[in-house]
Design a protein around this ligand. Structure first.
Ligand code: R5P
Length: 291
């Protein structure tokens, strides 16, 4: 029923209170459009400013990786503990329940396998499908110094352009070729190039020496990949050191789903990433939950 004249006088316009707007919490992201910020805010926890992305996209170039043979059995139990699932559209549509409340980061580059040159990737998904799937970001592999360096950089910039049109952020995944030195100097180069060319956030590897210079020189958030399986305490130490050195989270796969107790491990990783828990205490948590 519409207001009658007399009741209008009861309205309160707070004319003496200026409207405020708070800066967006993520590094280098304040000038992005509302939709992009909203999607990034579904990946990164606005309270801690960090994310635990569960990376399960390995099958796009290496098939049924150990621990990912049955995503319905091995991975769905981990879903409640992840902030984000990073995966291919094939696994998303075939296995992940559409009523999941978790944000989705879609793998959008591909076209190669472990049998051939890995850097020879193309874009393997139309952005319309990312929109249909309600993706919160799109992940593109970039091989700086690799055989197909230029093509993979252009893959990324195309995705950034398409993402800007639809409000979907692009995650640049810096892949380090087998024969390349993995050090802070290389990672500064790779991450900075991706950020300069428009990626809204970057995934890279952690190195113990000078990693803080990698995050400092990159104007947008960096998350670290887990890499090959290592003992749980070592993986927790790596995650903790990366966070202390300025990383905004992890995009971890094998060190979670290949753990002796993946459900315990992902909760221990969360403690390190979101609660700044020490690796030793997080490892105690892992052992307790494992029982
Ligand atoms: C690698 O290309 C895959 O895209 C993974 O997403 C990435 O390596 C992170 O997984 P992990 O922690 O197993 O290294």
């Amino acid at each position: 029923m519409p207001d009658i004249d007399g009741i209008n006088e009861a309205k309160q316009y707070y004319t003496d209170v200026p409207q405020t707007s708070k800066r967006f919490f993520l590094k280098g992201s304040d000038s992005l459009d509302w939709g992009m910020k909203n999607r990034l805010g579904r990946i990164f926890n606005p309270v801690s400013g960090k994310t635990v992305m569960l990376a399960i996209d390995h099958g796009y170039f290496q098939g049924p990786t150990t621990g990912l043979e049955r995503i319905d059995l091995n991975i769905l139990p981990l879903e409640p503990y992840a902030d984000t699932l990073m995966l291919t559209r094939g696994i998303l549509r075939s296995i992940i329940p559409p009523d999941t409340q978790k944000s989705i980061v879609l793998r959008v580059s591909g076209g190669t396998s472990i049998l051939k040159e890995l850097s020879n990737e193309a874009l393997a998904l139309d952005i319309e499908d990312a929109v249909r799937l309600n993706a919160s970001a799109m992940a593109v592999q970039v091989f700086i110094g690799g055989e197909c360096e230029k093509e993979t950089i252009i893959n990324m910039t195309k995705m950034v352009d398409m993402g800007m049109r639809c409000g979907i952020p692009t995650l640049a995944v810096t892949a380090v070729g087998k024969n390349m030195v993995r050090d802070a100097k290389y990672l500064r180069l790779a991450t900075r190039i991706c950020a300069e060319l428009g990626a809204q956030y970057i995934k890279t590897y952690y190195v113990p020496e000078d990693f803080e210079t990698v995050t400092a020189a990159c104007p947008v958030p960096i998350v670290i990949a887990g890499g090959q399986k290592m003992p749980e305490l070592d993986a927790l130490k790596m995650a903790s050191q990366a966070i202390q050195a300025g990383a905004a989270g992890v995009d971890m796969g094998r060190n979670i789903f290949q753990s002796a107790s993946p459900v315990a491990m992902i909760q221990a990783v969360r403690a390190v990433v979101h609660d700044n828990e020490s690796p030793e205490k997080a490892f105690d948590l892992y052992n307790t939950l494992k029982k």
